[in-house]
Every structure is written in structure tokens, then in C-alpha cells.
Design a protein around this ligand. Sequence first.
Ligand SMILES: [Cu+2]
Length: 353
Amino acid sequence: MKNNGRHLAIVAVLVVIGSVVTYYLLTAIYKLPTAASQQAGPIDTMFNAHFLAISVLFALIVVFILYSIVVFRRQPGDEEDGAHFHGNAALEIIWTIIPLVTVIGFGIWAAFVLRVVTAEEPNELAIKVTGRQWSWIFSYPDYEDVGLTTELVLPVDRQIRLEMESDDVLHSFWVPEFRVKQDLLPGQMTVLRITPNLVGEYKVRCAEICGLDHANMLSNIRVVSQAEFEQWLADQSVSIGNLSLVERGEKWATDFGCIACHSIDGTGMAGPTWQGIFGSEESLEGGGSVTVDEDYLRRSILEPGAQIVAGYQNIMPATFEQQFADKEAELAQTGVDVDILAELIEYISFVGQ
Ligand SMILES: [Cu+2]
């Protein structure tokens, strides 16, 4: 084989060209979403390095195959057998060692990246995340007045420590722009650290198939400046004593998580919308109907299983009576008297007109 050197030189050039083209195509087709967290940097660098390794490997294999098929094809009139080979020890050692070192290298690199993206920074802000079929609820333990929220508001450039738990099955907290992802388990807290560094609006989605409405398990995330964050905290914690009954009812509907399942604008969620229900005839599961009045609302909230609205499942928590009593007792200690059930009914009747 006299032309070996020339063949290898041509193949080498083709492999380089093939790698560049493949890398260009891969990064153009699989564009990463905007990077909006500090953790995204090292992860994206690794991701691109993987793309590069994949491109070189792909080009190497495909170029050798195509080159051999085309250049060393059987010539007309050539009836001979090809030359016999008995292995090539040097080649086999090379193509074992190089991939081995590459894979181990990526493994070590990944361990360092994992340490960086899970590292704790001083002054982190703790937020509790509860996942349930099929919504997210957030609370801010450092700011008790804020209550439960269905929207996650985060100050920019400060590390967030999400303390997460599931009420039912496995869920997974994933914001593509933040890159990092973590499962939520029932009965065990998991932690995810994120340092958002780009003001904007994002969505958290569940990345663990969790039942019928898994695909709709979305919540808004707003990353805002420190000043806006403080303003938001203040808006959330207005003193209850100054609110009207309807306004209090609205606050309870948020604080107790009703709005995770009930809309007031007709949007269908896990539970019926409250728009226009007051005074309407509600068909019940198993036949029959009932007029929505205050008594019916009271019963629906305290004993959700007693009368099920047609077309819905009995998934509304049946523990609100106790929760209301606990909250009322807690507020009574600060000298505030409320009747949560009555105020909720006031609110639902108001938005349900
Ligand atoms: Cu889920």
C-alpha cells in the first residue's frame, strides 16, 4: 500500500471538515434556551464540549466508512480477494485508550461542575416548594406574612435555596432557563439551589410524568430587581385588619391554595371555576343537581366529598376546617379576629355573581 500517507492526510482533512459541519448543525438545531442563572454557565460549557466530542466521533466514523466505500470500491475486472489482515494491536489499543480517557475525563469534569452548581453561597433565600397533582405552591419561611403563592417571585443575583416536597407522587422542578433540575419526593425534602441572574419571566414545569394533567403543571416565575422584590413582599403582607370581607376572602383563597385548583375567570383547572357559579344550578356526580347558595358553598368547602360536581374528581383536600381553625387561633393571638370560612364564601359569592 504505497498511498497510505496520502489517504490518511485526505481523511484527516475530511474528518476536520465533517466535525465542524456536524458541530455547526447540532448547535443550530438544538439551540439551548436563554441562560438565566449562574449555574447555567458551567453546564452550558460542558454541554457544548459534549456536542464537540459527539461531532468528532461521528465525523471520524462516517468519513472512514464513506471514504472506504468510494475510494476502495471493487474496480471493473478485479476478481481477486482483498488483502488479509490479522488484527492491528496498535490501532486497537489507541481506540480503546482514547475513548476511555475521554469518558473518564468527562466524568471528572462533571463532578467538578456538580460541586460548583450545588455550592452554597452566603445570604441565600429559602423558599418552600410544594408539588402536587397538578400545581405548584410556594411559601417564603423568612416572610411569614406573605402566605402561600402560586407564582414564584425571585430577587435577581441572590442565591435561592428551594426546599421541596411533594404532597402525592414524584414531581420534578425544572426551569429550562435555569438549567438545573431536581425531583420532589413525598415525605422527604430535597434541595435545589439557583442563582437567577437575568431579570425576566419564566415558567417552571414538572419534568416527571405525574398523571393526567402532568403537561399542565406549570407556574409563572418572575425574576425581579431587589427593589421590586421588596415591594412585592410588602404588597403581599398588607395588614388583614384593613381589608374588606371580600378582600380577606381573596387573600384566604390564595393563602390556602384554593387558586391552584379554582379560577375566577372561567379557566378550567383541576376544580370548577368560580366564575358565575353563585345562584347557578350545579349538576352533581351520580345525577341530581343543587342550587349554589351559601349553604352549598359552606358544605363544598368543609366536606368536599359529600357532593361532587359532575365531571370532577374528589381531589379537593378535606382538611380545611382544621386549617382555618389553626389560622384563626394564630391570628387571634395577634388580636385579629377573622372568620375565614365566612370571608371565603363572601369572596366566592362576589366573584361568582
Ligand atoms: Cu408533576
